[in-house]
Design a protein around this ligand. Structure first.
Ligand code: HEC
Ligand code: HEC
Length: 218
């Protein structure tokens, strides 16, 4: 995945080093997960395609990423008024099962502002150098925004490369997360990978990236 165009990513990865690894991941059972996810569907949708844009889509998400976020909500490393209580009583096995179910669903397409697409695509594929360097998103999230299911092969101990699927995600949710990384209110990214990237983004750039990402097929 690391080609000539993503040379800056290789440099970045070299300095990330080994971060804390998420807890050992149990194998998930999607059928059990569908049963256990009944309470989640009110917000995230039956098949993980939420209808309102304050709720992230979980369909097609990288399963290890879902587990990591649930662990983080449960432990208080990531916090949200609606979501934190939902994770509080989940066991590791529940998390793995629910993740296996949602990861196996097909994400629907999302709508977004067409006027912003060109700038969004450019930032996504190339990043930018100044004033604050922004690493190209494609290196970790992939050209189609499908995330990195092979993160362990790339760097066994580093969840800094456990990049989620963001293609087809609601633009309002994507923008909210990038702003939360920028102001530090979301700080559960290993090696500060997203906080450092988001610091270099202005509001218009965030809107453009969110618009582009929403259009990417997984
Ligand atoms: C009352 C609505 C609600 C319910 C019910 C709910 N969630 Fe959430 N969930 C949210 C919101 C809101 C967020 C986004 C929080 C934010 O903006 O950071 C979220 C975020 C998440 C994320 C992180 C997604 C990402 O892309 O980072 C995961 C994983 C998740 N929820 C799983 C679940 C699971 C599993 C359940 C059921 C056990 C559940 N949720 C139940 C509202 C809900
Ligand atoms: C070095 C790898 C890397 C690069 C480059 C990168 N990301 Fe990420 N990104 C991650 C990781 C890892 C996470 C998950 C962090 C965590 O565990 O919470 C993430 C999380 C996100 C999220 C939160 C998704 C969700 O479901 O909550 C968004 C949005 C995002 N990245 C957008 C971008 C954009 C836009 C760019 C380019 C400007 C970018 N990323 C560049 C690794 C990367």
């Amino acid at each position: 995945m690391i080609g000539r165009k993503t040379a800056s990513l290789a440099c970045l990865l070299a300095v990330l080093g080994a971060g804390a690894s998420p807890g050992a991941l149990a194998a998930g059972d999607p059928a059990a997960g569908q049963q256990k996810a009944a309470a989640c569907m009110a917000c995230h949708g039956q098949d993980g395609n939420s209808l309102a844009d304050m709720w992230p889509k979980l369909a097609g998400q990288v399963p290890d990423y879902i587990v990591k976020q649930l662990q983080d909500f449960k432990a208080g490393r990531r916090s949200d008024e609606q979501m934190s209580p939902q994770a509080a009583n989940l066991s590791e096995q529940d998390m793995a099962d629910i993740a296996a179910y949602f990861a196996g669903q097909k994400p629907s397409a999302a709508e977004s502002d067409k006027t912003l697409l060109a700038r969004g695509e450019q930032l996504y594929l190339k990043g930018k150098g100044r004033p604050q360097p922004v690493t190209a998103c494609t290196g970790c999230h992939g050209p189609a925004g499908a995330g990195n299911r092979d993160w362990k092969k790339l760097m066994a101990q580093a969840p800094a490369v456990l990049a989620p699927a963001i293609g087809g995600q609601h633009p309002a949710y994507v923008a909210k997360q990038l702003k939360a990384y920028r102001d530090g209110s979301r700080g559960n990214d290993a090696a500060r990978v997203m906080r450092d990237i988001a610091r270099g983004l202005g509001d218009m750039e965030i809107a453009a990236l969110a618009a582009h990402v929403a259009r990417l097929g997984r």
